[in-house]
Ligand binder design. Structure first.
Ligand SMILES: [Zn+2]
Ligand SMILES: [Zn+2]
Length: 134
């Protein structure tokens, strides 16, 4: 009797608060923006926010956008593949793209010269459809 697990199951109060804020923001938020939104709800210490973000990232519900130093909700539940992000520099919208073949090819590049990849970040900056009015 396996039910499809909901992403919000078993989340702690802090985890739910952070998830809610990210949902409402509809764009990536930095730890201090989150802290501002959640202070009145009881999350007062930056460490609490960082710890919560860390936990959510490990479960696969959110991703860190390195070049923005911010976090965003995952577009779908749990995926093996590391996402490729397109980031609009005007409105801040981030879209997540999953392409395992493309990603494997990127990682394979340095491997041919004996390099051992550990972590890969692919983030593309530009303008989204809404902002590109030309
Ligand atoms: Zn994702
Ligand atoms: Zn935009």
């Amino acid at each position: 009797m396996k039910e499809k697990v909901k992403s919000s199951r078993n989340l702690s109060k802090n985890q739910l608060l952070v998830m809610d804020s990210l949902k409402q923001a509809r764009q990536p938020l930095g730890a201090y923006s989150l802290l501002d939104k959640l202070r009145e709800k009881g999350l007062k210490a930056p460490l609490q926010v960082y710890r919560t973000l860390d936990q959510l990232e490990k479960i696969g519900l959110i991703h860190r956008i390195e070049t923005l130093n911010a976090w965003t909700l995952c577009c779908e539940e749990k995926h093996e593949c590391t996402p490729i992000f397109a980031i609009c520099d005007d409105c801040g919208t981030v879209t997540e793209h999953l392409d395992k073949t493309l990603f494997d090819n990127i990682v394979a590049l340095p491997v041919s010269s004996g390099f051992m990849p550990k972590r890969t970040v692919v983030e593309i900056h530009g303008k989204c459809e809404n902002c590109d009015t030309t």
